[in-house]
Ligand binder design. Structure first.
Ligand SMILES: Nc1ncnc2c1ncn2[C@@H]1O[C@H](COP(=O)(O)OP(=O)(O)OP(=O)(O)O)[C@@H](O)[C@H]1O
Length: 583
């Protein structure tokens, strides 16, 4: 879809404000061309001494009224047109947001956060201006041009009109050449602004790392370079835009010289009156606006086209995952990874191979293995962040894609290793999946996640703000707040993806003991624990050991110790480490 089609579709849907603006602009244009004609008559009548007293006052009053109407109508069209242009911007921002919420990690892998932020701000602003100011100026400019030129040629003198218009084809050619450069320059400017945005985002997210590693100077230099590039690109675009002005100025000056020369000759031959020549020169001055409007419209359209050419591919990126399922999540169903192989997009080595695993309801599954062995990938497939390359993920009798994505995800409470806390109170962060939860419910899950005492010790307790503008919680506290959040969701499947890594082993034992108590109350709730620390999975009903994407050992804690493989040696190592720590 081109920018023209996008704006055309928007205009069809919102034709009323556009029609109202067009009507107001047409009235303004008619009044604008009426004024010089009227002034011409007044001048001729004054020269002939036909205009005196009341008549003169009435004529001047009419001119004043026309000026007032023009002023009010200008306010009117602005309000009508800008409101509908903002509506287009709002719709595009909503589409972009929806697109982002539909996409999986592969999409975000391919897009930079800074780019997405620039699209939502700068690029959509440019499109908004193309649908608002540009359309208005195009309509107003063309109408004024047609009316003014008609008046010049029809009501004054056709020969004079044609002579004065002679320089304009040269101006049109110059405009065409300049607008090509403007488009290129704006594309470049928007892209560089994105890069600058990305640098700001990276620097803010990693500000502590940058400081700790003494990289502040390097980061400043990088920022300065990108800011300079963005500034220069923007300046370059403005420079090309500025070229419209000399083109207009030169053409109008040439037109004025021609008009005055030809006009004086026609007056001398008494073929036109002085009043007509006065009106003609006023008309010529009125051509300034359509000429500038043409340059302005071209540059706004080029800016909009540059923004749209960056936004469109993102809006039309295919959905990472097809949400075509029609079934609800089966109740008390076994989750099965059925002969699953998986490659990350663009990677040659498989992240998972030949995975066969069943996770019955109410059971605890432990997933362990060396780093990079595929533990989190197993969980990501269950969350349907990615689809298996081969094999099927099944829930009860259904393939996972047959289940509505929202239903599947609502049935899963997932706690990643580095959970995200929003800039809100701790209570709101815990109640994310259940905003109407009572304070008692929130406190109960915080107790289960062994974080209640930590929260109670904070200045405003559960109302303490966390996140960007609030208190910074430790890694272990964040993990436990996230576990409380997951427990409050009361989902049948709880996934702890290395979510106890920053918690000491005593607290880990406490949380797992609480889980066991909870399971007495809700025996159908299932738990999957990914962990490097084997003590977190030792009570699981089944433990699988992954190595290079394959299950190499499986069983209970006791049977795996008896197997004397990776699990047993890792267990001995971790026990020894714990006893050394305790000593
Ligand atoms: N988004 C991705 N794109 C490409 N490769 C990836 C991606 N995420 C993970 N991998 C690769 O897939 C393999 C398995 O990663 P995964 O995160 O599942 O391992 P893990 O066992 O959870 O590791 P850890 O214990 O360190 O968290 C690794 O080799 C990793 O580099």
């Amino acid at each position: 879809m081109t920018l023209q089609q996008l704006i055309g579709g928007h205009m069809r849907r919102h034709w009323r404000p556009y029609a109202a603006s067009a009507l107001m602009l047409s009235t303004i244009a008619v009044l604008t061309v009426w004024i010089p004609r009227q002034v011409g008559h007044v001048v001729d009548d004054l020269v002939a001494q036909r205009l005196t007293g009341w008549n003169l006052a009435t004529q001047l009053g009419l001119l004043l009224l026309a000026g007032l109407c023009i002023y009010l109508l200008r306010v009117g069209w602005r309000l009508a047109l800008y409101a509908t242009a903002y509506e287009l911007g709002r719709g595009l921002r909503q589409r972009l947001y929806d697109q982002m919420t539909r996409q999986g990690p592969a999409f975000f892998h391919a897009q930079r956060t800074g780019d997405l932020m620039a699209l939502a701000t700068n690029d959509i602003d440019a499109i908004e201006m193309a649908a608002g100011e540009a359309l208005l100026a195009a309509f107003d400019g063309s109408l004024t041009f047609i009316l003014v030129v008609s008046m010049m040629t029809l009501s004054v003198d056709a020969r004079l009109g044609l002579a004065a218009l002679a320089p304009f084809p040269f101006m049109a050619y110059a405009f065409w050449r300049i607008s090509e450069r403007v488009h290129k320059a704006w594309s470049d400017s928007l892209t560089r602004f994105s890069a600058l945005n990305q640098q700001v985002q990276d620097s803010l997210a990693g500000v502590r790392t940058v400081r700790a590693l003494g990289l502040v100077q390097r980061s400043r230099t990088q920022f300065a370079e990108l800011a300079r590039d963005a500034g220069e690109a923007s300046y370059q675009a403005q420079r090309w835009e500025a070229m419209f002005e000399p083109a207009v100025g030169l053409s109008l000056s040439a037109a004025t010289v021609i008009a005055l020369g030809t006009g004086a000759w026609l007056v001398a031959r008494s073929e036109i009156t002085i009043g007509q020549l006065t009106a003609f020169t006023m008309y010529l001055a009125q051509l300034i606006w359509p000429m500038f409007a043409a340059g302005w419209v071209l540059s706004l359209l080029e800016r909009g086209r540059a923004g749209w050419s960056r936004l469109e591919p993102v809006l039309n990126a295919p959905d990472g995952l097809k949400d075509v399922g029609e079934h609800d999540m089966p109740v008390q169903a076994t989750v099965s990874w059925d002969h699953i192989d998986f490659h990350y997009p663009g990677m040659t080595a498989p992240a998972l191979s030949g995975i066969d695993l069943h996770w019955p309801p109410g059971r605890t599954l432990g997933i362990v293995g060396p780093t990079g062995s595929g533990k989190s990938t197993l969980i990501k497939l269950l969350l349907r962040q990615y689809e298996p390359t081969h094999g099927r993920l099944r829930v009860g009798d259904l393939d996972a894609p047959q289940i509505r994505l929202a239903a599947l995800r609502a049935a899963i409470a997932w706690v990643p290793q580095e959970p995200f806390l929003f800039s809100a109170s701790i209570a709101d962060n815990i109640a994310l999946a259940k905003p109407d939860a009572t304070r008692e419910e929130i406190m109960a899950v915080a107790e289960l996640a062994a974080v209640h005492a930590d929260i109670a010790a904070l200045p405003q307790g559960y109302d303490t703000l966390v996140g960007e503008r609030g208190v910074t919680l430790s890694g272990g506290q964040r993990q436990r707040v996230a576990i409380a959040r997951a427990l409050l969701a009361s989902a049948p499947l709880l996934l702890l993806d290395d979510a106890l890594s920053a918690v000491d082993s005593g607290t880990e034992t406490e949380i797992l003991a609480h889980w066991r108590e909870l399971r007495q109350k809700y025996p159908d709730r299932s738990l999957a624990v990914v962990s490097h620390r084997l003590s977190a999975v030792m009570e699981a009903d089944e433990i699988v050991v992954l190595k290079q994407g394959r299950i190499v050992e499986r069983g209970t804690h006791a049977s795996l110790l008896a197997l004397d493989g990776w699990y047993a040696s890792q267990w001995r190592y971790q026990q020894l480490e714990a006893s050394l720590d305790a000593a």
